[in-house]
Structures are given as structure tokens and as C-alpha cells.
Design a protein. Structure first.
Ligand code: GCU
Length: 345
């Protein structure tokens, strides 16, 4: 029943689901999921991911599914669809909202477009490191209201976060050292006003683009630079077309696990408790895998010809710090920011 590699049938199902969702119609389903509107008896949940099967997120989620299946005596399990098979993150979010897909991993930048409070955790320099970030984003007292905030408006519940690690800039034509070196370069960013402003503050011109289009974008010269973590630099093979990594360390990024709220509400208390416990184990496993995956990614990319260069990090910090003041415009955002900073050591 569990599939790690997509069959043609699964691909066809995914396409049909996407089409049905785009047309606003009901999905026919394939017996694989109860999704929204089921009887609470369980489901094999479809989870949309935009990473490869080597990525720590795939591994931790796949293990999560297996443990969940055991813990619920087969009532609930998870099929992780990697590589944007169920759509890029913006579509996946929409599909989870309408119940055609059950769960997804989406970057914080996507949620910022639904509720601006999420942008606080997408700010450069809000988190000092992965450890600090994970302490904040899985603390119910800080994030409880935020994570429930999309339930009424979008029928989406946020369950918690996986780190994206520290993000840095990489380029097609030689390393950079200061913001001035990014002048005239087209830097791909995620689809977020904040990150557009971030790229501009760093001296580049910003080009928002979906993750799955980036390899071709770098290869064809639509963009000259991107920013991400070493793990994606390696697993997406971006080092092949933009091999000059420069350690700007401008941001510790965050991915969220989201689920259709109706589906979550249908779970029995017992199954929900198992689900929550296994999700906690999943983000803990992910954080552990992250450190090793980062080291391996660096070694592999270097062996593939990439270079890793230190930059004048203080010069980047100086241009990035004003973004917090510029983008924090409400009391709720300020409260999240203050709570996040207070948790720093
Ligand atoms: C990271 C992150 C993804 C995100 C991607 C991006 O790889 O884990 O969720 O989509 O960055 O830059 O788009």
C-alpha cells in the first residue's frame, strides 16, 4: 500500500486532483484517503512536498507516516508525494484548503500571504540559529493562536515547523563578499513581499519564482543568483548551475506542516494523541537529520565543483536589520517578534 516511488497511476491521480481543484469541483478520490467529509474511521493521507526523497523532510515525514500507521493500528497513514508532484507550494496550500490534498509542507513565505503575522518568522535575523528557532516555533504558548488562525478563513491547521536551516546566497558567476557585489544581479526569492524587500536590501534585484522552476531559471540566465540552505543547494542540484556559495547567513528559514482542518477534526481523541506524539517525534528527528544532511551536502557539492566562501556578514546584517521595523506593523506581529527574541539565548 505504501508507495515511495510514484507510479504512473499515482501521477495520473495527482493530475486529476489538481485539475478538479482548479475547476473548483469535488474530487473523485481513489479510495486512498478519507480527506474532508469522511467518517473519522481513518485515512491514508496524501502529503505534498517539494523536496526530493533524499531530503531530511521526506525521510522524517515518511517515518512519521509509518509510526502513525502502527500507533493507530492502521487507521491513519501518510503517503508523501515528493518533487512537487501534487503541485508547487502555492497550489499545494490551495489543495489542502479545499481538501483535495490532506497535508503539505509549505514555506513560511506562503503563509505570510494568508496572515501577515506569519511574516515575523520569515524575517532575516529573527532567529539566531536552528536551536533557537525550533524552541520558538514549537512552543504552544507562543504559536498556538497563530497556528489556529487559518482554520476559519482557509480550513487549514498549522501543526508545527521543520527548520530550513540558515540560508545563504549562491551565484552563477563568482562569489560575492558585500551587498555591493549583488548590484545588477537578479536574485530569485520566494513569493513574498518581505523577501522581495530583503533581496533589494541586500543590493540585488528580486525575482520571485516557484522553487521547482529555479534550476532552469539559473541555467537559462533568467536569474543570476538564489538563496537557500546547503541541503537544497545539493538535492536540487543547483550547485551544477550556480556553484558559488557565499555565506551571507541572512535568514534561518522555516517550513510548516499543514493539514486540512476538517480532516484533523474528524480524528478520534486517541488517534489525535498518537498523531501529535508522532509529529513531535518527526520534527525532532528532522532537526537531528538536518545537521548531518548539511555536512553531507557541503561535501557532495564541493566534490561536484562548488565553492563555499565567507562574506562580510556584518555588512549584510546592517542592511537587513531595518526590515523588522519596516514590516512589523501590528501589535500581534510585535508580540510574536518580542516572544521570539526573548527566547534567544
Ligand atoms: C527551502 C524550503 C522549501 C522552499 C524552498 C524555496 O528548500 O525547505 O520549503 O520552498 O526553500 O526557496 O522555495
Amino acid at each position: 500500500m505504501r508507495t515511495k516511488t510514484l507510479t504512473m497511476a499515482a501521477l495520473a491521480t495527482a493530475t486529476a486532483l489538481t485539475l478538479a481543484a482548479c475547476g473548483g469541483g469535488e474530487t473523485s478520490g481513489d479510495g486512498e484517503t478519507a480527506a474532508a467529509g469522511g467518517d473519522g474511521g481513518g485515512a491514508t493521507m496524501r502529503l505534498a512536498l517539494n523536496q526530493t526523497e533524499e531530503h531530511p523532510s521526506f525521510i522524517a515525514l515518511d517515518n512519521f507516516g509509518q509510526r502513525l500507521e502502527e500507533a493507530t493500528e492502521g487507521r491513519y497513514s501518510i503517503n508523501v508525494y515528493p518533487n512537487e508532484t501534487l503541485g508547487a507550494q502555492a497550489e499545494a496550500l490551495q489543495l489542502v484548503s479545499d481538501g483535495s490534498v490532506d497535508m503539505a509542507i509549505v514555506s513560511g513565505t506562503q503563509l505570510e500571504n494568508l496572515n501577515e503575522d506569519f511574516l515575523v518568522f520569515n524575517l532575516p535575523k529573527v532567529f539566531d540559529d536552528v536551536e533557537h528557532q525550533m524552541r520558538v516555533v514549537n512552543d504552544e504558548a507562543i504559536v498556538g493562536d497563530l497556528y489556529a488562525s487559518l482554520e476559519e478563513s482557509n480550513n487549514v491547521t498549522v501543526l508545527g515547523g521543520f527548520t530550513q536551516g540558515a540560508r545563504s546566497v549562491y551565484t552563477t558567476d563568482g562569489p560575492i563578499e558585500t551587498p555591493a557585489d549583488l548590484a545588477g544581479k537578479k536574485l530569485r526569492v520566494q513569493e513574498s513581499d518581505l523577501h522581495i524587500a530583503m533581496a533589494e536590501a541586500m543590493g540585488a534585484s528580486a525575482t520571485p519564482m516557484a522553487f521547482g522552476e529555479l534550476y532552469t531559471g539559473l541555467q537559462s540566465g533568467v536569474v543570476d543568483a538564489a538563496e537557500n540552505n546547503e541541503v537544497s543547494f545539493w538535492t536540487q542540484k543547483h550547485y551544477e548551475v550556480a556553484p558559488y556559495w557565499s555565506y551571507t547567513n541572512h535568514l534561518v528559514g522555516l517550513d510548516y506542516l499543514i493539514i486540512n482542518s476538517d480532516l484533523l477534526a474528524e480524528m478520534s481523541e486517541e488517534d489525535r494523541a498518537a498523531f501529535d506524539a508522532e509529529w513531535t517525534a518527526a520534527y525532532e528527528e528532522h532537526t537531528e537529520l538536518w545537521a548531518t544532511a548539511t555536512e553531507e551536502a557541503i561535501a557532495n557539492a564541493e566534490a561536484g565543483g562548488a565553492t563555499f566562501t565567507e562574506v562580510d556578514e556584518a555588512a549584510f546584517t546592517e542592511v537587513l536589520e531595518p526590515l523588522a521595523e519596516e514590516f512589523i506593523t501590528s501589535e500581534s506581529q510585535q508580540a510574536l517578534y518580542d516572544a521570539a527574541r526573548a527566547a534567544a539565548e
